[in-house]
Design a binder for this molecule. Structure first.
Ligand SMILES: [Zn+2]
Length: 194
């Protein structure tokens, strides 16, 4: 009703009036989207290695963007080797989006973390979380395994971090270098290198 009064002077123009109402409504949606966007950056982001007891001896520092890497071309994550059954722990606060069984990834879980980053865990033996669940850093997600296309290979956790917000300044001339605008090196993220 207030809107009607406010824009009464437009009422003679039946094309402009609804258009303004729509714009006004859209502005509300944009404000909500913007607030959610900002909120994603305000959530604290504790960081921990996602495999219990793992250290730099359990991965190859060149794991990220290693090539050639089968049908994927380059390896867009970090492989953390551990005994089958070792606990996989949430590296940060996550809203679990889904758990699935994939041909390549095997038993996987995907979570949304602070700063609009997706955290992907693959080749697990068992998965303990389900979609829609919130977990904190250190909460158990599952156990290390060799499911999917890691079958027959040493058990390890494949860990990838994907930023929903592109970071074009990270693009370089490497193979599929454009995708570095989205994929974050987990070692950089964990401050385990650099
Ligand atoms: Zn991997």
């Amino acid at each position: 009703m207030l809107l009607v009064q406010k824009y009464r002077h437009y009422s003679k123009n039946y094309i402009v009036y609804p258009f303004i109402i729509i714009l006004k409504a859209l502005r509300g949606v944009l404000v909500v989207v913007f607030c959610l966007f900002v909120l994603g950056f305000l959530i604290p982001e504790p960081r921990g290695i996602p495999v219990q007891g793992a250290s730099s001896a359990d991965w190859n520092p060149k794991s990220f963007w290693f090539e050639p890497w089968g049908s994927s071309g380059v390896h867009k994550g970090l492989d953390i080797f551990a005994k089958k059954g070792t606990r996989v722990l949430a590296p940060t606060s996550l809203l679990i989006i889904y758990r699935r069984v994939l041909t390549k990834g095997g038993n996987v879980a995907l979570g949304l973390g602070p700063k609009w980053r997706l955290h992907y865990f693959a080749h697990m033996d068992r998965v303990f979380v389900a979609g829609g669940v919130f977990v904190g850093r250190g909460d158990e997600l599952g156990t290390v395994g060799n499911s999917g296309n890691a079958r027959g290979k040493p058990a390890h956790l494949h860990y990838s971090i994907f930023s929903l917000l592109p970071m074009p300044w990270r693009i370089d001339s490497s193979t599929q270098g454009k995708l570095k605008a989205f994929y974050i090196n987990p070692l950089t993220y964990l401050k385990a290198i650099d």
